[in-house]
Design a protein around this ligand. Structure first.
Ligand SMILES: [Zn+2]
Length: 297
């Protein structure tokens, strides 16, 4: 998916105590590129970074084969009908958004939501997204964070910031009813490159769901993360499912967007296969994957 031809790696992070469901997509392309282009000392340094990452992800992982269910929970609801997409641009002390840079996120959000609408149509499901804050400024918010994206407690601090906003000036209930929509979630943008992830509600903590996007995320990653708040699961190795299930998905649905994200030119070239479609409520279960209990909602 990248110009370098290297595959992205993804890390799924399970919730820390009391938190919402943290689904973390991590793109390590940059680290890999550094690996092959720098000196041995740099390599040691970077492998130190890998150590920290693997400790974080290992300690955060739940049991394989027991994915937590975010389907039809939280305020995103089911991926059907009219969905309101809020956009929150967060300035950190080092990384502030310009108007021009904020505008650059809109085509990606458009490509992602158009893709989801079209894919839904293939399953005879109607979905439309109200996301265009350039036409409706009530859909756009700004906030200031007093922490950086590389802060070691970034996710906790951001969790706190989002909690204060959605319990304050960004009232999902009021917005949902004023638009007469069926579901609502918020894209939270940072103007720095980093891992993107979704905070999907699985019955604990706050139901106001969010997608955390960094400025290097492409439209396919937007769509992948958005699907998480509607109940989609990661299919890649060692994240949510046991090896036999991962193997089955890879063989049967190799281009599913929850397995890997691929852009060709400016289009998303992944499909939403029947398992992901079932996870988000577009289809009923089919007998071909009934033998894998883990895949049931
Ligand atoms: Zn994911």
């Amino acid at each position: 998916m990248s110009a370098s031809g290297l595959q992205s790696l993804y890390i799924y992070m399970y919730p820390r105590k009391g938190n919402a469901n943290w689904l973390i997509t991590m793109n390590k392309r940059l680290y890999i590129i550094k690996f092959i282009s720098v000196s041995f000392i740099m390599l040691l340094l970077i492998s130190g970074v890998f150590d920290i990452m693997s400790v974080r992800s290992l300690s955060a992982l739940g049991d394989l084969g027991e994915p937590r269910n975010a389907y039809d929970q939280g305020m995103a609801g089911i991926l059907k009908g009219d969905i309101v997409v809020l956009s929150l641009f967060v300035n950190t002390p080092s990384d502030k958004w310009t108007v021009h840079e904020m505008n650059e996120t809109l085509p990606k959000l458009q490509t992602a939501t158009d893709y989801l609408t079209k894919q839904a149509g293939d399953y005879k499901v109607d979905v439309s997204f109200n996301y265009d804050w350039s036409k409706d400024r009530k859909l756009r918010y700004r906030a200031i964070a007093d922490f950086e994206t590389d802060d070691k407690d970034f996710t906790d601090k951001l969790d706190e910031l989002i909690g204060s906003l959605v319990n304050g000036r960004i009232n999902y209930d009021d917005i949902l009813s004023s638009y007469g929509a069926d579901g609502i979630f918020m894209m939270v943008y940072f103007n720095a490159p980093d891992r993107s992830y979704a905070i999907a509600y699985d019955g604990e903590d706050i139901p106001q769901e969010t997608v955390i996007m960094f400025n290097d995320g492409d439209a396919a990653e937007y769509a992948h993360e958005i699907l998480h708040v509607f109940g989609a699961h990661d299919f890649y190795d060692g994240e949510e499912y046991t090896d036999d299930v991962v193997k089955f998905i890879k063989k049967k649905y190799p281009d599913d967007i929850m397995l890997d994200t691929v852009m060709k030119k400016d289009e998303i070239s992944n499909s939403i296969g029947p398992v992901t479609a079932y996870h988000i409520g577009w289809t009923d279960e089919t007998k071909e994957f009934k033998e894998y209990d883990q895949l049931l909602r």
